[in-house]
Ligand binder design. Structure first.
Ligand code: 5GP
Ligand code: ZN
Length: 135
């Protein structure tokens, strides 16, 4: 299913041109137009899913092997020192395009890519509450 007016549906379908690194029947991998670092790319399924909450399991299962293949090749090509995989779900988590995508962000020693968070401390109350509710 495609969603009308979804920019990533159009990019995935090739209706809007993109710098495509890889394509198969299920996915297109493109360079991000606003890269966090040189080589920042996105894995985009050709079918429309809003995010990880609604992608189907069969499609989701193909994403990590594809990411692995891409970062191995990209590491060779770019000479980067590491990688972050980032995948945002919903606005509060930083999602701005509401068609599932996985960011692959090459990292270079000493780069100033600002991914991270202020580390808190796991409290006993939070731990116990979550463990109880997850039973
Ligand atoms: P999100 O914030 O939703 O996780 O990430 C959306 C990403 O899509 C951003 O990194 C942004 O730079 C990228 N992006 C948005 N529009 C386009 C576009 O038209 N083409 C490409 N290649 N990337 C885009
Ligand atoms: Zn879409």
């Amino acid at each position: 299913m495609k969603e009308k007016d979804c920019i990533f549906c159009k990019i995935a379908a090739g209706e809007i041109p993109s710098a495509t690194l890889y394509e198969d029947g299920d996915f297109r991998v493109i360079l991000d137009l606003g890269p966090a670092s040189k080589g920042h790319a996105l894995i985009i399924p050709k079918e429309h899913y809003r995010n990880l909450y609604d992608i189907d399991d069969e499609k989701a299962a193909k994403i990590l092997p594809l990411a692995k293949k891409m970062i191995n090749k990209m590491t060779e090509v770019l000479g980067c020192d590491g990688y972050n995989l980032v995948q945002n779900n919903e606005e509060c988590a930083g999602q701005t395009v509401f068609h599932f995508h996985m960011h692959m962000i090459p990292r270079y020693k000493g780069d100033n890519v600002g991914l991270g968070w202020h580390m808190g401390k796991l409290t006993d109350a939070d731990k116990n509450e979550i463990l109880e509710k997850m039973k």
